[in-house]
Design a protein around this ligand. Structure first.
Ligand SMILES: [Zn+2]
Length: 574
């Protein structure tokens, strides 16, 4: 069957492309399109992420690009991958080329829930009218489907929603926003103060969908960027600690108007806001793009500013030629010496006028190239060219070797002269290396902490357990949490002398006295009233004793025991 394919319009979703194809070819059933362009009848009907893109690309002769290009151009995937490492990109794109996309949500860390055809689609009334004028039909836009977009990024109008009708087999057809068959409903009226915030976040979201980060992904650089933002906002203490309480107060207040809306409620709601600090505390954890968006908006207010700081922080991560490192925190313009400033302006001028490469110009002006690049990037005088650092096979092998031994990342960086982001990249590129390093690092750390502990004991042979607990240098706390068995075997013996002096001596038990008391009590109890379930056993005697000042144990009370045995014999004979 020959099929005519439409042109892919700006920001058009894959689902829209197929719906237009159905219309263009006068095909009645959605399943028929699916069977023609894919190898089964349902692949075409999902409207979030489509599986089998490799089959589609094959059948369409790559008219829309290869599976990866199609996935990036026609789905919301780039939005979800923007703040994720390369490994996640590869995994997600691989899934979209293959026959099942169900695990994709898991890879992206999206909450399980309605998916495929059941999720409502969003559209903007203004965009709909414009599309009909420009293209003759309306289609679903990618940016309207993002979870953090509630007003149109172009028109600022609140989005409308549409539920797709589902047939008897639970499948929807291929519909477009202007179709009568779909059930449309207006969005809820937004409260006034929410609108400007949602407008900002929508614009930011559509930028995140379309624009790459200014430098390759690095958890460390992102962390450093957010720390810089926190510092600018006065949310870091002098010692560099995050003022967590202030942060939570300010962020919940700032986003109060949207704190009940879906997606945002779990980020800026008062119960969740401190979770955002994990972006700087545990940067390697995977976060939803929405969390990054809130941080970018709150700290920088602008995608461009955030990206220039991010680029700067990544430049900071490169090792300096002369071995010294500039202060990691961003120096202000005023700190520049007049001399250096003049040189930098001259350098930027020559570079922008294409008078030579940065390296040659820096040499001419006698400025260290790394210093120059950082200042120029920070001051926004030039666009710093992105240059991946080439790593020789030998250095790479050395890094892998050190990582396999579990060396701390800082130590690997120090020994190899590579930046932590380069090491990060190597770690992510080698299959399983991350996992191997984690395991080995645990052993490495345990060894170090044990050594620390034993050294401490050698240094302070008369130390007590409570001193060990309180000291930061004893390794006690780490071992207590991670290596308790070993710790318990190596603790110094408790100071018994000290305890003997401080605790009152327990008086010795007078067993003879107890025996006499017990015997006297036994002699007055009544053994005639045995319950039906009771046997004539010592326990039956003990149960009938009045309350004594001790709990009687017959094996410690010989006279009482003898008397009970005699009584048992007597009663059994009756
Ligand atoms: Zn619009």
């Amino acid at each position: 069957m020959q099929i005519m394919m439409p042109i892919l319009n700006p920001d058009m979703t894959f689902y829209s492309l197929l719906a237009v194809t159905k219309r263009l070819n006068g095909i009645g059933k959605a399943e028929e399109i699916s069977r023609t362009l894919f190898s089964n009848s349902s692949a075409a009907l999902r409207h979030d992420f489509s599986p089998d893109l490799d089959v589609f690309c094959n059948k369409t002769g790559n008219a829309f690009g290869n599976p990866i290009e199609v996935a990036i151009k026609t789905s919301t995937l780039p939005y979800f991958l923007r703040f994720r490492p390369q490994t996640t990109h590869d995994k997600a794109l691989g899934l979209m080329a293959g026959s099942t996309v169900e695990p994709l949500k898991f890879v992206l860390g999206l909450p399980p829930g309605p998916s495929g055809a059941f999720l409502p689609l969003s559209y903007c009334n203004e965009c709909l009218k414009e599309d009909i004028i420009n293209y003759g039909y309306a289609y679903w836009h990618r940016k309207h489907q993002l979870p953090t977009v509630m007003v149109c990024p172009t028109h600022s109008t609140p989005l409308n929603y549409a539920k797709l009708r589902i047939n008897g087999r639970g499948r929807s057809g291929l519909f477009l926003p202007n179709d009568d068959e779909i059930q449309k409903y207006q969005s809820k009226q937004l409260i006034g103060s929410a609108k400007p915030i949602l407008e900002r976040l929508s614009t930011l979201s559509s930028m995140v969908l379309d624009q790459e980060l200014s430098a390759p992904y690095s958890a460390n650089s992102l962390k450093a960027t957010y720390l810089h933002g926190l510092k600018q906002q006065g949310l870091l203490s002098v010692s560099g600690r995050v003022r967590a309480k202030d942060f939570v107060n300010r962020i919940t207040k700032h986003y109060e108007a949207i704190s009940n809306l879906p997606t945002f409620d779990r980020i800026v709601g008062s119960r969740f806001a401190d979770g955002l600090l994990r972006l700087v505390r545990k940067p390697r954890v995977n976060f939803h793009t929405a969390s990054h968006l809130i941080m970018v908006d709150f700290l920088f207010g602008d995608w461009k500013l955030f990206n220039s700081v991010y680029l700067w922080e990544q430049q900071m991560d490169l090792p300096l030629e002369n071995g010294t490192k500039l202060q990691a925190t961003c120096p202000s313009h005023k700190n520049l010496s007049k001399d250096l400033e003049d040189h930098l302006l001259e350098l930027a001028n020559r570079f922008n006028n294409k008078k030579g490469s940065l390296t040659s110009l820096a040499k001419q002006l006698n400025i260290n190239i790394n210093t120059a690049m950082r200042w120029l990037g920070k001051l926004g005088l030039i666009e710093i060219p992105r240059k991946p650092k080439t790593i020789s096979a030998k250095i790479r092998a050395n890094v892998i070797n050190l990582l396999k031994q579990g060396c701390p990342l800082k130590a690997v960086s120090y020994q190899t002269g590579l930046s932590s982001s380069s090491i990060d990249r190597i770690c992510n590129e080698e299959p399983n290396l991350q996992k191997i390093w984690k395991e080995a690092h645990k052993k490495y750390k345990r060894q170090k902490e044990r050594e620390k502990f034993l050294n401490f004991l050698t240094l302070y042979p008369s130390t007590t357990q409570s001193e060990l607990r309180q000291s930061n240098d004893s390794g006690y706390r780490w071992l207590y949490n991670n290596d308790l068995l070993w710790l318990s075997q190596h603790l110094p013996t408790k100071r018994t002398i000290k305890r003997a002096q401080s605790l009152p001596v327990k008086p010795r038990v007078n067993w003879v006295k107890r025996d006499n008391q017990c015997l006297a009590a036994l002699k007055v109890i009544n053994m005639e009233n045995l319950e039906s379930w009771e046997r004539i056993k010592p326990k039956a005697f003990l149960r009938r004793l009045p309350k004594l000042s001790f709990s009687p144990r017959l094996d410690k009370l010989p006279k009482s025991k003898l008397w009970v045995q005699g009584e048992i014999q007597r009663l059994n004979k009756l």
